[in-house]
Design a binder for this molecule. Structure first.
Ligand code: SF4
Length: 399
């Protein structure tokens, strides 16, 4: 991998498809022990960071192509006040060609947001709010090192509605040590009582070198056995489907009972799963412009310093080989409930999917792990439990 600033506004010109913009806000009030996203808790850099972010936008400005999603994530974007979010969104509109009906999402953390801020975000142009609830159980929230309790989470959801947001997503986590099926079911039930348009349910994973991983290694707690984690995942799929939510990705569900399924899905996140171009701004943010992927330096200090010197903060880039692109198509396609688009795969790589993976398809179909209807190949509910072992079976067959 080389260090280079390859991206320019004309790089997007070959794409007819609308791209997305991701903004990484690299600050958190405190670090959650399971999290490996880049963020710092020293908020004194906030002003310098925002100035640097605006400089980065100036440098990569692009009016050659249309961007139809903006996702402000992190870190904790809700550390920013309404004025700061407004400046970010206004600047994007000034320097990029933004679609006339963009999806503009702000991730918020209970504990850093109130009704006034929600209203300001809405005035600034945000039309989608994603709330990091994680759990409605206080002992789980303490275990996860969150700064909020269950009452804060519930209150914040009502405030988002009160501010006039009609596209609200809630994040929950399962597979926690000592989490019972009843307790997880209660979290799911509490969440849907608020009728969110979107639900993301993530399995707790122990990422290398996080505090939680250290604690687990030191046997400070016992992780939930895999079988029970799998049962909680199955419960998630069944419960949400039975309550009017349609799963469209392994961890993501959109409310479909109101007939607005497409509108309620995350337009932005779907770009990640379909190899659509996206531009990431801010420390550690990744960008994708097939066949290239590049990402910014992680350190806020380095990010600010590079931009102050008039340099792009791109840390590294890689150019994907055809084999790597095939691997991505398999991994990302299998994450989606509608699976891999076989015609698109065949046309893109000039191969026959059915021939390339004949043996794997046969073996997995016999075990009812995948479906294959000629147009699409994807995982069944049963197969989704084994994504991590099924995807490598396909990848092994890539020449
Ligand atoms: S608030 Fe979010 S980004 Fe910040 S440490 Fe916790 S999980 Fe990570």
């Amino acid at each position: 991998m080389n260090k280079t600033n390859f991206y320019t506004s004309t790089d997007y010109q070959n794409y007819n498809i609308d791209a997305g913009i991701y903004i990484h806000i690299p600050f958190c009030v405190q670090k959650c022990p399971y999290c490996d996203f880049y963020s710092i808790t020293d908020l004194s850099f906030k002003c310098q960071f925002l100035n640097a972010l605006l400089k980065e936008m100036e440098m990569v400005q692009n009016t050659a192509n249309t961007f139809d999603t903006i996702y402000v994530g992190g870190g904790t974007p809700s550390i920013l006040n309404g004025q700061e979010i407004a400046v970010i969104i206004e600047t994007l509109h000034r320097l990029f060609k933004i679609h006339s009906n963009p999806e503009i999402t702000i991730e918020v953390n209970p504990g850093t947001i109130d009704l006034k801020k929600f209203k300001q975000y809405k005035t600034a142009g945000a039309n989608r709010i994603n709330i990091g609830v994680q759990s409605f159980n206080d002992s789980n929230l303490i275990f996860l090192g969150r700064i909020h309790n269950k009452d804060d989470a519930k209150f914040v959801i009502t405030q988002a509605r009160k501010a006039g947001f009609y596209n609200i997503g809630l994040d929950l986590m399962y597979g926690l040590p000592d989490q019972t099926m009843d307790s997880w079911l209660m979290d799911l039930q509490t969440a849907i009582d608020f009728k969110p348009e979107h639900m993301s349910c993530y399995m707790l994973t122990y990422e290398n070198d996080t505090d939680l991983w250290e604690k687990m290694k030191n046997k400070a707690f016992m992780p939930l056995p895999e079988k029970q984690v799998g049962e909680q995942f199955e419960l998630t799929m069944d419960f949400l489907e039975n309550n009017g939510y349609t799963q469209y990705e392994i961890s993501n569900f959109a409310k479909s009972s109101s007939g607005n399924f497409q509108k309620n899905t995350s337009r932005h996140n779907q770009k990640y799963w379909s190899s659509t171009p996206y531009l990431g701004l801010g420390p550690s943010a990744h960008s994708y412009l097939e066949p290239k992927r590049f990402w910014n330096v992680r350190s806020v200090i380095k990010y600010i310093s590079l931009l102050n010197k008039g340099k792009r903060p791109v840390g590294e880039e890689e150019t994907l080989t055809v084999e790597q692109m095939m691997t991505e198509a398999i991994y990302l396609g299998l994450r989606k409930t509608d699976g891999i688009d076989i015609d698109a795969y065949n046309n893109k790589f000039n191969v026959m999917f059915a021939n390339q993976f004949e043996e794997v398809i046969k073996a997995l179909k016999n075990k009812e792990m995948i479906f294959m209807d000629g147009k699409r190949c994807g995982l069944t509910h049963k197969g989704m439990l084994f994504l991590d072992s099924i995807a490598p079976m396909f990848v092994d067959k890539i020449p």
